[in-house]
Design a binder for this molecule. Structure first.
Ligand SMILES: [Zn+2]
Length: 149
């Protein structure tokens, strides 16, 4: 590698976006009452999902990515994971899963993360049993430009 290439590699490394991610799972009871009455959901064909109106159990799978500023445990994985899990259970429960969509669960979780770790991009994925879910990117700037939100 010539010197100019080495310098380019160093610049790219310096400016790299760095995130860590953790995963965890939580049990929740889901219920979507509108599914029983909304004609877009309660259909008479193979797209009928009226059963979603009944309470049903999921294991919600989470994957949370967050910016870190350096490579040496800026946010330690296990501590971060334990803190996230504690938001849903125990003496300091602040978040509920039941009856919310995956997107609502992600937004609620983001508010808690942003309060503890401000000014970091966060990506939250929440799925029902690892099958279907959402991925929401909470960016400090709008995608594809540099306008600060
Ligand atoms: Zn469900």
């Amino acid at each position: 590698m010539i010197q100019a290439e080495r310098e380019t590699v160093e610049r790219i490394k310096e400016a790299a976006g760095r995130q860590i991610w953790v995963t965890f799972r939580k049990e929740g009871i889901h219920c979507y009452p509108a599914a029983a009455t909304d004609p877009k959901l309660n259909t008479s064909d193979e797209y009928n999902v009226a059963f979603l109106a009944n309470p049903h159990r999921h294991i919600f799978h989470f994957r949370v990515s967050i910016d870190v500023w350096h490579n040496d445990r800026d946010i330690e994985f296990i501590q971060f994971k334990r803190w996230l899990e504690a938001l849903y259970s125990g003496a300091n429960t602040v978040l509920a899963l039941d009856y919310k969509s995956c997107e609502m669960i992600a937004d609620d979780l983001y508010v808690q993360i942003a309060a503890r770790y401000p000014n970091r991009c966060v990506i939250i994925e929440v799925s029902e049993d690892g099958e279907n879910g959402c991925s929401i990117s909470y960016n400090l700037t709008r995608p594809n430009n540099s306008i600060v939100i």
